[in-house]
Design a protein around this ligand. Structure first.
Ligand code: SF4
Length: 176
């Protein structure tokens, strides 16, 4: 997917967080958030989306209300960080969290591609990459192998429910 991004809307909140609405050159829009978390060092976290819409369908999540359109490309994920970082001091350190719209492991190849592009582009300024997943079967092992040489990558498992019965009730969509 050869698509660039532009910022359709940027809202700066009183607490230091910034909300972005991105528009792709091929159509479709989605959100990203630049978080300010004072307890963290570095305290700026760029929270990026991996898909336009999400087909997992967790009923407690606003993203499940939007129709799944498509996966974001690795380049589009890079652009998200690029655009949010352009409003910060260019020497400031930051983190990247793949926890915006979409299940990252349902767009696995582009996720890994984006991580490679980001680690190359921001090797002096990004201190940590976190991937947040609801737990897609098979993908966690694959991810552990694919990132085994990256000491700046974390995996966060959002374990919403303790058994499959409840997960199937409250998460109605596609995993993997
Ligand atoms: S997988 Fe994540 S983004 Fe998708 S509906 Fe569930 S909580 Fe929302």
């Amino acid at each position: 997917m050869n698509s660039t991004l532009e910022i359709q809307q940027r809202n700066i909140l009183k607490d230091g967080n910034e909300k972005y609405l991105f528009k792709t050159s091929s159509g479709g829009s989605f959100e990203g958030t630049s978080l300010f978390v004072s307890e963290l060092k570095p305290s700026r976290v760029f929270c990026i989306s991996t898909q336009i819409g999400c087909n997992v369908g967790c009923i407690f999540c606003a993203s499940s209300q939007t129709k799944f359109i498509r996966n974001l490309s690795a380049e589009e994920m890079l652009f998200e960080v690029d655009l949010m970082q352009s409003f910060q001091d260019y020497q400031a350190l930051f983190r990247v969290a793949f926890m915006g719209i979409g299940e990252p492991f349902n767009n696995y190849d582009n996720l890994i591609g984006a991580m490679g592009l980001l680690r190359n582009r921001f090797k002096d300024s990004c201190r940590r990459y976190s991937v947040s997943t609801i737990g897609v079967p098979g993908a966690i092992t694959r991810f552990a192998l694919d990132t085994k040489n990256y000491d700046d990558v974390n995996l966060r498992l959002s374990l919403h429910f303790v058994n499959d019965k409840k997960s199937n009730i409250f998460m109605k969509g596609t995993m993997g």
